[in-house]
Design a protein around this ligand. Structure first.
Ligand SMILES: Cc1cc2nc3c(=O)[nH]c(=O)nc-3n(C[C@H](O)[C@H](O)[C@H](O)COP(=O)(O)OP(=O)(O)OC[C@H]3O[C@@H](n4cnc5c(N)ncnc54)[C@H](O)[C@@H]3O)c2cc1C
Length: 325
């Protein structure tokens, strides 16, 4: 059954986050040959519409307003509900990001719709749209079969590959004028960390440090390795609690969930709460002095050794490989 599916494009720092293109790919599967309509919400975002089209959206609807310059659930919900009212879609896909997690339940409640959150795969099987999503902190996967009605899902970043970018694709980018009512809360300012580097939740490579890193200074070799591999630095809660790094780096049950191509855990014991945030990474490498550390149970490759010796060696070897490429 073909359907019209809306996809929210997420804008950060005047560009679209990668998860937006992954959401377009998921929406194309859900649409089953129907129409994929991108939605952009913000202050001046229409220039990004064509980018969504190149990644597979058929057309894009843009809602622009000064009140939408910063994300608020209130403002975005007003914009999105107006687009939904105009387009009358049969499905919606968001990224399972901080924004998507905040906004999707609000929209679902307003539409009296169900919500399949944090999907890692979507397919059409036996005539139904089927989502796969992790449960029990990533220890098992469940399949959600949508048998009828409206389909609303959020997708975990880095799991559903985007469609190939096609520079020749064209599609309409149209503005929808929406009167955004006075917002109940206004964001005055967003204060960013000085050097954020690669976005942790979308990074293809994550180098993570635990209490074994021993100090803030101890994160330096990890940062060097991350820079060589074009990755991001993450951390266990142990490292955050010990004030070696900021809580924004925390990975796990009460931190960020990441699924990079490569996750290197340095001086992390592998507590169940940490595994909840990284065990679905494609390749896991663990570096730990203790051969009995739990992290080795989920690792594809384990190095028993001192991270302060192993990590600089890896950095040097990767540097050499890059020179010879
Ligand atoms: C409700 C709740 C929620 C939680 N949420 C999270 C969460 O989201 N994320 C999270 O990470 N934790 C979470 N935790 C905490 C979790 O239980 C662990 O306490 C924490 O993950 C331990 O961090 P760690 O592995 O860095 O430290 P440790 O368990 O102390 O491990 C340090 C490891 O470093 C190794 N090591 C030491 N020196 C070196 C060296 N020089 N070279 C190599 N290896 C070395 C040691 O052998 C050891 O295995 C949560 C706990 C609770 C109760």
């Amino acid at each position: 059954m073909s359907r019209k599916v809306l996809v929210l494009g997420e804008v950060r720092d005047v560009s679209l986050r990668n998860v937006s293109f992954e959401a377009v790919a998921a929406a194309a599967t859900v649409a089953e040959g129907g129409e994929v309509v991108g939605v952009l919400v913000g202050e001046s975002v229409s220039a990004l519409g064509l980018e969504l089209v190149k990644y597979g959206a058929d057309r894009v609807v843009v809602v622009e307003d000064a009140k939408l310059a910063q994300y608020t659930a209130d403002g975005y919900a007003q914009a999105l509900l107006a687009v939904i009212d105009q387009e009358k879609p049969e499905g919606i896909v968001f990224g399972h990001t901080a924004l998507g997690k905040d906004l999707s339940p609000k929209i679902a409640a307003r539409l009296s719709s169900g919500l399949i959150s944090d999907a890692t795969a979507v397919e059409v099987a036996g005539g139904n749209v089927v989502f796969t999503r992790p449960i029990y902190s990533g220890k098992a996967f469940e399949k959600k079969i949508v048998t009828d009605g409206f389909i609303f899902a959020t997708i975990r970043p880095n799991n559903i590959p985007p469609l190939e970018k096609d520079e020749s694709r064209s599609g309409e980018v149209t503005a929808l004028s929406v009167e955004i009512k006075e917002l109940r809360a206004i964001i005055q300012d967003v204060v960013r960390k000085a050097a954020e580097g690669v976005d942790l939740s979308e990074a293809k490579v994550v180098i993570s440090g635990g209490r074994g890193v021993k100090s803030a200074e101890g994160f330096k070799p990890l940062k060097e390795l991350a820079d060589v591999l074009g990755g991001a630095v993450g951390a266990s809660r142990g490292a955050c609690d010990a004030e070696y790094c900021d809580y924004s780096l925390q990975i796990g049950q009460t931190g960020k969930v990441v699924t990079p191509d490569l996750y290197i855990a340095c001086g992390i014991s592998g507590a169940i709460q940490h595994l909840a945030g990284m065990s679905n990474s494609k390749v896991i490498v663990a570096i730990n002095k203790d051969p009995e550390a739990n992290i080795f149970k989920v690792a594809d490759y384990g190095i028993v050794g001192d991270l302060f010796e192993v990590v600089p060696m890896l950095t040097e070897e990767f540097k050499k490989l890059k020179v010879h490429q």
